[in-house]
Design a protein around this ligand. Structure first.
Ligand SMILES: [Zn+2]
Ligand SMILES: [Zn+2]
Length: 101
Protein backbone atom coordinates (compact mmCIF):
# COMPACT_ATOMS: atom_id res chain seq x y z
CA UNK A 1 0.00 0.00 0.00
CA UNK A 2 2.88 2.40 0.67
CA UNK A 3 3.64 2.85 -2.99
CA UNK A 4 0.23 4.42 -3.40
CA UNK A 5 1.89 7.57 -2.14
CA UNK A 6 4.43 7.51 -4.95
CA UNK A 7 1.92 7.11 -7.74
CA UNK A 8 0.86 9.94 -10.00
CA UNK A 9 -2.91 10.02 -9.85
CA UNK A 10 -5.49 11.64 -12.02
CA UNK A 11 -9.06 12.35 -11.13
CA UNK A 12 -11.51 10.25 -13.05
CA UNK A 13 -14.54 12.30 -13.99
CA UNK A 14 -17.59 10.69 -12.50
CA UNK A 15 -20.62 11.18 -14.66
CA UNK A 16 -23.99 11.58 -12.96
CA UNK A 17 -24.57 7.88 -12.46
CA UNK A 18 -24.66 6.39 -9.01
CA UNK A 19 -21.27 5.10 -7.97
CA UNK A 20 -22.41 2.26 -5.70
CA UNK A 21 -24.96 1.30 -3.09
CA UNK A 22 -23.57 3.94 -0.71
CA UNK A 23 -25.16 6.57 -2.95
CA UNK A 24 -22.09 8.66 -3.72
CA UNK A 25 -18.32 8.49 -3.67
CA UNK A 26 -18.38 10.74 -0.61
CA UNK A 27 -20.71 8.38 1.27
CA UNK A 28 -18.67 5.40 0.09
CA UNK A 29 -15.49 6.91 1.56
CA UNK A 30 -17.21 7.85 4.83
CA UNK A 31 -18.71 4.37 5.23
CA UNK A 32 -15.31 2.74 5.01
CA UNK A 33 -13.17 5.29 6.83
CA UNK A 34 -15.68 6.18 9.53
CA UNK A 35 -14.97 9.91 9.48
CA UNK A 36 -16.71 12.86 7.90
CA UNK A 37 -15.21 13.77 4.59
CA UNK A 38 -15.80 17.48 5.07
CA UNK A 39 -13.47 17.41 8.09
CA UNK A 40 -10.61 16.33 5.83
CA UNK A 41 -8.29 18.41 3.73
CA UNK A 42 -7.98 17.78 0.03
CA UNK A 43 -5.71 14.75 -0.54
CA UNK A 44 -3.74 16.29 -3.43
CA UNK A 45 -0.22 17.16 -2.39
CA UNK A 46 0.27 20.92 -2.29
CA UNK A 47 -3.45 21.73 -2.13
CA UNK A 48 -4.66 23.51 1.00
CA UNK A 49 -8.39 23.43 0.28
CA UNK A 50 -10.88 21.53 2.38
CA UNK A 51 -12.20 18.35 0.85
CA UNK A 52 -15.70 18.61 -0.51
CA UNK A 53 -16.13 15.45 -2.57
CA UNK A 54 -15.06 11.86 -2.76
CA UNK A 55 -12.79 11.85 -5.77
CA UNK A 56 -12.27 8.73 -7.86
CA UNK A 57 -8.56 8.71 -8.67
CA UNK A 58 -6.75 6.32 -10.99
CA UNK A 59 -3.15 5.72 -11.97
CA UNK A 60 -1.28 3.61 -14.46
CA UNK A 61 -0.62 0.87 -11.88
CA UNK A 62 -4.03 1.10 -10.23
CA UNK A 63 -6.49 1.53 -13.08
CA UNK A 64 -9.44 0.50 -10.89
CA UNK A 65 -8.52 3.39 -8.64
CA UNK A 66 -9.40 4.63 -5.21
CA UNK A 67 -11.74 7.08 -3.56
CA UNK A 68 -10.01 9.85 -1.62
CA UNK A 69 -11.18 13.21 -0.27
CA UNK A 70 -10.67 15.98 -2.84
CA UNK A 71 -11.67 19.61 -3.22
CA UNK A 72 -13.85 20.57 -6.17
CA UNK A 73 -11.01 22.09 -8.12
CA UNK A 74 -8.71 19.04 -7.84
CA UNK A 75 -11.64 16.79 -8.64
CA UNK A 76 -12.31 18.73 -11.86
CA UNK A 77 -8.64 19.04 -12.81
CA UNK A 78 -6.97 17.00 -15.54
CA UNK A 79 -3.52 17.49 -14.00
CA UNK A 80 -1.90 14.49 -12.36
CA UNK A 81 -0.90 14.77 -8.73
CA UNK A 82 0.58 12.90 -5.78
CA UNK A 83 -1.41 12.45 -2.62
CA UNK A 84 -0.58 13.50 0.92
CA UNK A 85 1.03 10.90 3.20
CA UNK A 86 -1.97 10.59 5.55
CA UNK A 87 -4.55 10.05 2.83
CA UNK A 88 -7.28 7.52 3.50
CA UNK A 89 -7.60 5.32 0.44
CA UNK A 90 -10.83 3.40 -0.11
CA UNK A 91 -10.78 0.95 -2.98
CA UNK A 92 -12.96 1.88 -5.92
CA UNK A 93 -13.03 -1.79 -6.90
CA UNK A 94 -16.53 -2.50 -5.68
CA UNK A 95 -16.02 -6.25 -5.68
CA UNK A 96 -13.63 -5.85 -2.73
CA UNK A 97 -15.06 -2.82 -1.01
CA UNK A 98 -18.75 -2.47 -1.64
CA UNK A 99 -20.35 -5.29 -3.52
CA UNK A 100 -24.06 -5.05 -4.18
CA UNK A 101 -26.00 -7.56 -2.15
ZN1 LIG B 1 -20.01 2.03 -1.68
ZN1 LIG C 1 -7.49 20.16 -3.85
Amino acid sequence: MMDLYKEMWTSKKVTGKRFCQCGSCKAHWENFIGMELKEQNCSAKGCTNRATVGGHIVSENYPEGYIVPLCDSCNQSDESFEVKPNTGFVSADLSVSCEEE
